[in-house]
Ligand binder design. Sequence first.
Ligand code: GDP
Length: 297
Amino acid sequence: MAVFSSLAEKLQETFKKLKNKGKLTEADVGEAMREVRVALLEADVSFKVVKEFIGKVKERAVGQEVLESLTPGQQVIKIVHEELTALMGSSQSKIVVSSKPPTVLMLVGLQGAGKTTSGGKLANYLKKQGRQPLLVAGDIYRPAAVKQLQVLGEQLGIPVFSLGTQVSPVEIARQALDHAVARGYDMVIIDTAGRLHINEELMGELKNIKATVKPHEILLVVDAMTGQDAVNVAEAFNHELGIDGVILTKLDGDTRGGAALSVKSVTGRPIKFAGMGEKLDALEPFYPDRMASRILG
Ligand code: GDP
């Protein structure tokens, strides 16, 4: 089972027909776009996103240069590739590193999305880039979250700052920053509480941490396999808290791609990393053009 495989299969079938046709009419393009539309909706891409996407592709594809070119099918596929890439944010969005270390990254998200694991993966990724990350155990509510992060830190050889579960997350974050400054860590990754649902208590606490430590980036961790739910969660977090980017986890199990294709367009915030498995090196920068290539084959 490959990433985006069910979506890819459908789109590739549609485009194979187009390519085999040779010369194309406007009606041929229209028919293909109807199929693309259905495939995207089945992949759980948000309705509004699909509508705009199809509109853009159609407008470009029925132009004379395309239809009268020697390879109209190829041209249409190229346009779809470009528009899919644009939909996911065009170019890769990197983490913004502060000119005055430490750079503080705050990870937020709902329980089970993969937040704690992603914290470890991100620290590992940054360490490989020559950074000195410090992980901060700020999820004091989920039983064993602190321990989970400590185990991850041990496996990776990355220090974990913890004050147990009796000190408030705001205080933990504050002291972690002092600790990082004193010890010369240049990247601080704060794990925060996740709940089953978005509620005022959760947001209130996250807002307090944000106000206290003023993170350079707030990264929302969402589960790709939840499709539109992931997009709705992203919209809500962005509205309530403000986020700078998304870590999209479990893309390795996502055959549909609805969240990957909708998040940027719906929230205006880019996907910065993709989780590609349970292992601690399974985190990749999110490249929109490569993702589009995966979908179109
Ligand atoms: P949290 O509650 O958000 O902190 O979630 P965890 O970090 O504990 O992760 C929940 C589950 O998702 C764990 O079993 C992780 O191994 C798994 N997980 C996290 N990221 C990925 C990913 O990218 N791919 C896969 N296949 N599993 C993941």
